[in-house]
Design a protein around this ligand. Structure first.
Ligand code: CS2
Length: 488
């Protein structure tokens, strides 16, 4: 079987869409950090559509932060890969051509810096996961206790972390009189533009105060909300790509039909015509971010911990159980009540669509994948809406329930179907394994930057979390979850 590559494009079946622009005539304009499945199903597709609609030099240099193999594989395929959309009908494949070439930051930091310093590059997009920035959310600056931040701050050799690389490239551009690039964070974090901006300025100031001031005055960091459920690749994905395109593609990925990208329109050095891909440009992204983080991601985390504790491998397996689905519905309702009014959004429809998306029988999204990095996800997905609910005297129970399940999952019991995978794993495990629910709660409360103080000190919140934890110490999780679904 021939490998996917530029020379295969002419011979893929007619129903497989190929890039609608002359790749050779479009130059590079974007560097993307974080070459995972999500980028390939989302930003790279939108840029592919934008170039087909309006041309422009917006091809992407894709940078994998740690994975050398993915970069090599992408280069072997001339930057091309197959995106398979799986809705209710037959799966549909498309070949994406917006990635010009790929690099790995861990092994080719100099080349990444060179690309980032190129005047042609006007935008840097990032999908490196919540923990990938090394930013301390309590201070808003970088966390120097993290090895990658400490290493890059020390300035020994080329930087390897996201913030270190970006600051080094911005310093180089400033020294050479080149306008800075716009940094567009595409991770599931609230106010993600301000978040990454805070990290860049703080890192820069620690090395050179004038550079910090220059970044503060000149670098645009628009916020964005991104959404598309994209599971990790499996061997079945590659088999399907082969069957649909007739080519071997080690980078093929599958995704759902739904896709959303809302961006604050602040690109001083230009941007692709992403509108052509349905991107919404909004003056304020915050309401969209809140909606997505609290409804989709919040209920995703609930599904993940129910699934992990009950041995249900995929999101769709959780949704197949009417009792669990009812708990997801309850969570969505409570989370919805915490949102600001959104006159142009039909939230009832959004919620109904979410249930359908989670149910998609053709998407094999592992609960274990979503359960990972809970300490990085719970604050914006569960604790922030819980605090708003507390202040507005709205139901806290759904958030307390999700929190207690997460805490129980952090015990990392051998019987669990998936193991704890979290940058604070040791700390969380120790806290979750305390002898009594009160001791567990007290230990979690102490974890810096995790629970908002006002929430942690609320008796109502405490009572709700403790009641679920107490039940979990007496009965199997299955019985506790089932009993919870019968409570309303
Ligand atoms: C998921 C997200 O892994 C997770 O934590 O909740 O990756 C989710 O699938 C995306 O945000 C959907 O847009």
């Amino acid at each position: 079987m021939t490998r996917l590559g530029a020379n295969r494009l002419a011979s893929v079946p007619k129903d497989v869409q190929t890039p609608g622009y002359d790749r050779a005539n479009c130059g590079v304009g974007i560097v993307h950090l974080g070459l995972g499945a999500f980028h390939r199903a989302h930003q790279a597709l939108c840029t592919d559509i934008a170039m087909a609609a309006g041309g422009g030099d917006w091809k992407i240099i894709g940078v994998s932060m740690r994975n050398e193999q993915i970069a090599a594989d992408l280069n072997d395929q001339d930057g091309l890969y197959t995106l398979i959309v799986k809705g209710s009908g037959a799966p549909k494949a498309q070949i994406i051509g917006s990635i010009a070439r790929a690099l790995c930051a861990r092994t080719q930091a100099d080349k990444v810096l060179e690309a980032l310093s190129d005047p042609a590059v006007r935008i840097v997009t990032t999908t490196v996961t919540e923990k990938g920035y090394g930013i301390d959310r309590a201070t808003g600056g970088v966390d120097p206790s993290l090895p990658i931040i400490a290493r890059d701050l020390a300035g020994e050799g080329a930087p390897e972390g996201v913030i270190g690389l970006l600051v080094a490239a911005l310093a180089e551009r400033r020294a050479r009189g080149i306008a800075p690039f716009t940094v567009l964070c595409c991770d599931n974090l609230p106010d993600n533009g301000a978040f990454v901006r805070g990290g860049l300025i703080d890192f820069a100031k620690r090395r050179d105060a004038a550079l910090g001031r220059w970044i503060a005055a000149n670098v645009a960091c628009p916020s964005s909300m991104v959404d598309r459920i994209t599971p990790a690749q499996t061997p079945a994905t590659r088999d399907l790509a082969r069957a649909l395109t007739g080519a071997e593609d080690v980078l093929a990925i599958e995704t759902e039909p739904f896709s959303q990208w809302v961006i604050e329109d602040h690109f001083p050095t230009g941007r692709p015509q992403w509108e052509a891909a349905g991107v919404i440009f909004a003056a304020d992204v915050a309401p969209f971010e809140k909606m997505k983080l609290r409804l989709l991601n919040g209920s995703h985390s609930l599904i993940a911990y129910m699934g992990a504790l009950l041995g249900k491998k995929y999101v769709r397996d959780v949704m197949d159980d009417p009792k669990l689905e009812a708990l997801v519905g309850r969570h969505l309702e409570a989370a919805c009540a915490t949102l600001p009014s959104m006159p142009n959004m039909d939230l009832a429809q959004y919620r109904a669509d979410l249930i359908e998306r989670f149910r998609n029988p053709n998407i094999a999204h592992q609960t274990c994948q979503i359960a990972a990095d809970g300490s990085e996800k719970m604050p914006q997905r569960i604790f922030a809406p819980a605090l708003d609910a507390l202040r507005a005297d709205q139901p806290l129970r759904p958030f307390a329930f999700a929190t207690a399940l997460w805490i129980w999952f952090c015990r990392d019991d051998d019987s669990q179907s998936c193991q704890l995978n979290d940058p604070r794993a040791q700390h969380l495990k120790k806290a979750a394994r305390q002898a009594t629910p009160h001791m567990i709660f007290a230990e979690f409360e102490k974890i810096a930057g995790m629970l908002p103080k006002e929430l942690a000190s609320s008796c109502v919140w405490r009572a709700e979390v403790l009641s679920v934890l107490t039940e979990l110490t007496h009965r199997p999780a299955q019985q506790v979850i089932q009993a919870e679904s019968e409570k309303f």
